[in-house]
Design a protein around this ligand. Structure first.
Ligand code: SAJ
Length: 421
């Protein structure tokens, strides 16, 4: 049975490790956080994701997935650690990738395959990983240079959507970029054990760019929707109605405006492209400014809604970066709450997905958030909020995600992007 060592048991590493472990591989799941290893050893998971607990439990029970604090010898090594942004520099922080690569150097053997799954700035696989892994005394296999002391290296970026990770792991197409064709082919055979989508082979740097381009495409298009929403307000139309009609055109698909772009991917990855070529990426840089500026636009709407109230209290619904996930990393909702707090607003925040204690303003029920509030501010499109009837509360409603039908609400309602009733 082939062995795989997965480094990093986070949002991508754990589902990937569990998937391989339930498809005929012996998987060592390496995680530097002791509490994560303990949780898994107790048969539980530390991430909320539909179906993940059941899959991970099956993998752990069969002993085909063994959580560990350290790597070991293996046929395949998969690096799935975070590549966050160094905030002040707007550049990728590769320290986790580097230390994961360094940790496998003592265990690397000829014929092994190393795969980088983490989203990385262009040329990371080639310029950063190759020299680290070659410290093992082996050489990476390059086109035509395979030898008895070669190991193989490929980049296979994850492309799954949080909230649908397990489904998308299986059904999405994948891109695999090898340092040479042999590496790409080996990685393809591996992923074919569970991937039902098509697998496209290319070189490592192209695969890195493909992944970054996908997320940047989305960021640019969300910025466009956000800019349209701001214009809609100026010209007095409802942006949601306008988008709905524009999207009836066969070649137009405008995305949704909102309080900004969060998560650890779309707000981060465009900077990896900018860092590779700052002088030719004005559009991408402006995109980031537009989307990062949205929380302040929400604060402006709130101020307008409660302009006449003394010491207003705002009920904020939703903390996560998008609907129906539990992730508050880089959440625009949190940013809005911080800005409102800095302006001196009274705040009560509720999110059905986020355990109490995430932020000081958090309350444990929707009723506790909205009772006596001067305005209700919807920040996340959780299904639980859709169609919510705020009934007789009679205060302003600011819906940045268009989850409510504002016409059913009493009081003054503002749909983000122009409509005021
Ligand atoms: N958002 C909008 N308007 C929209 C769509 C999204 O404001 O029309 C906001 C969301 O509310 C959220 C942010 O953008 O704050 C990002 O959400 P998302 O659902 O667009 O994407 P992520 O970050 O959850 O996952 C993305 C996905 N990439 C693409 O769809 C191109 C996923 O496939 C990637 O695997 C993931 O990034 C990743 O790991 O890179």
């Amino acid at each position: 049975m082939k062995t795989i060592c997965v480094l990093g048991l986070g949002y991508i590493g754990l589902p990937t490790a569990a998937m391989f472990a339930t498809h005929g591989f012996k998987v060592l799941g390496v995680e530097i956080k002791k509490d994560v290893v303990e949780i898994l050893n107790n048969g539980d998971v530390h991430i909320q994701e539909p179906g993940l607990k059941t899959l991970a439990q099956a993998a752990l029970k069969s002993s085909n997935l063994i959580p560990s604090l350290k790597p070991d010898h293996s046929d395949v090594f998969i690096i799935a650690v975070p590549t966050p942004l160094i905030k002040d520099e707007k550049k990728g922080d590769l320290s986790y990738v580097i230390s994961a690569a360094e940790s496998i150097v003592p265990f690397l053997k000829p014929g092994n395959l190393v795969i980088l799954e983490s989203t990385s700035p262009p040329r990371t696989t080639m310029d950063i990983l190759v020299p680290i892994l070659e410290r093992s005394g082996l050489e990476v296999s390059r086109e035509g240079s395979e030898s008895a002391t070669s190991f193989y290296l490929a980049h296979c970026p994850e492309r799954v959507l949080p909230g649908r990770i397990l489904k998308e792991l299986v059904h999405n197409d994948r891109v695999i970029g090898g340092i040479d064709r042999a590496a790409a082919q080996m990685a393809k055979e591996l992923y074919s054990s569970f991937v039902e989508g098509k697998i496209f082979l290319t070189d490592a740097t192209t695969a890195e760019m493909v992944k970054l381009m996908e997320n940047t495409y989305r960021d640019v298009n969300i910025a466009l929707a956000n800019e349209f929403a701001l214009v809609a307000e100026k010209v007095g139309i409802n942006i949601w109605e306008a988008i709905e009609i524009a999207n009836r055109h066969p070649r137009v698909q405008i995305l949704k405006p909102g309080p900004g772009v969060g998560g650890h991917c779309i707000a981060v990855d465009p900077w990896f492209i900018v860092q590779a070529a700052p002088e030719v990426t004005p559009l991408i840089q402006t995109t980031r400014q537009v989307n990062d500026g949205m929380p302040a636009q929400v604060v402006r709407l709130v101020k307008r809604a409660v302009a006449e109230v003394e010491q207003p209290v705002i009920a904020c619904l939703g903390l996560t970066y998008k609907g129906d996930v539990d992730d508050i990393r880089e959440s625009p909702a949190i940013r809005v709450i911080e800005l409102l707090g800095a302006e001196g607003f009274g705040l009560r925040a509720y999110d059905p997905f986020v355990p109490m204690g995430a932020i000081p303003e958090q309350v444990s029920s929707i009723e506790a958030a909205i009772s006596g509030a001067d305005a209700v501010l919807i920040l996340t499109d959780h299904s639980a909020f859709k169609g919510l009837h705020l009934g007789d509360i009679g205060c302003s409603v600011i819906d940045t995600r268009n989850v409510l039908d504002v016409r059913l609400q009493k009081g003054r309602s503002i749909v983000f992007g122009g409509d005021q009733i």
